[in-house]
Design a protein. Structure first.
Length: 120
């Protein structure tokens, strides 16, 4: 099993970040939604996919996505994908810190949604 410092661990996270940016840009160009809604959709898709990849890697007893990177993606707006990934893939459900980070991310997301979407 790869060590946490193994550079391969960063590959999925870097891919998820690139995917999030690309999805965000595509949504901004195509949908004409509020930018914050596009942001939430993009990062949620990215984090959801990362949860699925990490669960697959866990089942294969292979190298994993670092937990810090999952938390960061949740905090920057992917919390919806994090919740969906947790329940659909049944992943990270026994680790209380994931629920705490997702709950904090959700609260931050709700406050930002109020300011960026509802206050317009």
């Amino acid at each position: 099993m790869a060590k946490r410092s193994d550079p391969r661990n960063r590959g999925y996270a870097i891919g998820a970040i690139i995917l999030g940016v690309v999805i965000f840009a595509a949504l901004m160009l195509l949908l004409q939604l509020n930018w914050y809604i596009d942001w939430l959709i993009a990062w949620s898709i990215s984090l959801f996919l990362l949860y699925g990849i990490d669960k697959t890697q866990a089942k294969l007893n292979n190298w994993r996505v670092p937990e810090l990177e999952l938390h960061v993606l949740a905090l920057i707006g992917g919390f919806i994908g994090g919740w969906l990934g947790m329940f659909i893939f049944r992943h990270k459900t026994k680790k209380p810190i994931f629920k705490v980070v997702l709950a904090i991310s959700t609260l931050i997301g709700i406050v930002l949604f109020y300011f960026f979407v509802l206050q317009r």
